[in-house]
Design a protein around this ligand. Structure first.
Ligand SMILES: [Zn+2]
Length: 280
């Protein structure tokens, strides 16, 4: 249970009161943290021991391996991986059937702020208004801001601590990205941009990248008191290319705010950085 220690603290009240709500929303933290917290709660719900979640009973082990027949995750559909109204209807139908092996049936809906359009949230509201006996709905979201207030009023919200990267980490990654842009082959930049999968890290890092690029631009017009990396960029790239890179960075930051797939976004960004700096 060691991997769940910090998560346990978040749910300690819930666990000590032994009063499981019908629906919870886990927000904040990183995607991994939220997934772990959802897993922890699902173990809690299906565990067959006195002290829940024990982590060692048959139910816990299956839940931990995401192979429990009473733990259900809706199918995602479409190019943007959404939970469609049809998927919600299927889920509602499924929730009316009693659990197989545990006492509780669990539904995990991940990243609902991104995956659940309003129309699906509205369909889902029906079951939250009259939840069947012995069901637990676990929703996760980066932020609950995009959720309908009617849903929020019917779920118990748990907020995980946001552990943003430190300034030094952000700065180091920004430098890695710029060095990747300047490198002869794409490999270095691919490795660096792959670390941008978290939306917050993505935006923070690109801000610093833009700052360095602006310094490089300044360097190229004679303001020579800039950072070493800015000097290197100014030496290797034309002003036009640097401006292109700055524009791309802000465009990418705007895209990150929309509900785009982060893996696709980082791949696109890597290709565009290379194209702007190397195209003849
Ligand atoms: Zn157990």
């Amino acid at each position: 249970m060691d991997d769940f220690l910090d998560i346990q603290a978040t749910f300690s009240d819930l666990v000590s009161n032994r009063r499981m709500p019908h629906a919870v929303l886990i927000e904040g933290g990183t995607a991994d943290k939220r997934a772990n917290a959802a897993k922890y709660l699902s173990m809690y719900a299906v565990c067959s021991s006195e002290k829940r979640p024990c982590g060692v009973c048959k139910n816990c082990i299956k839940a931990k391996g995401m192979g429990h027949s009473d733990i259900y995750t809706p199918k995602l559909s479409g190019k943007t991986n959404i939970i469609s109204v049809e998927a919600v209807r299927e889920l509602i139908k499924d929730a009316s059937i009693i659990p197989n092996e545990a006492d509780t049936k669990v539904f995990i809906l991940s990243d609902v702020d991104r995956c659940m359009p309003e129309i699906s949230q509205n369909a889902f509201l029906k079951i939250l208004e009259e939840p069947p006996q012995s069901t637990l709905f676990i929703l996760t979201a980066e932020s609950s801001k995009k959720m309908l207030s009617t849903i929020l009023s019917r779920v118990q919200v748990f907020t995980l601590k946001n552990e943003n990267a430190t300034d030094e980490q952000t700065d180091a990654l920004a430098l890695e990205i710029i060095e990747g842009i300047l490198a002869l082959n794409e490999h270095k930049l691919l490795l660096a941009t792959a670390k941008l999968s978290n939306r917050v890290v993505f935006k923070d890092t690109l801000n610093v990248v833009s700052e360095y690029l602006r310094q490089a631009l300044s360097q190229s017009v004679g303001n020579t008191n800039q950072s070493d990396i800015a000097k290197t960029v100014a030496k290797k790239l034309t002003r036009q290319r640097i401006i292109g890179l700055i524009e791309l960075s802000s465009k990418a930051t705007i895209k990150a705010d929309r509900n785009v797939n982060m893996a696709l976004l980082t791949t696109w960004l890597c290709g565009e950085y290379r194209r702007i700096s190397w195209q003849r």
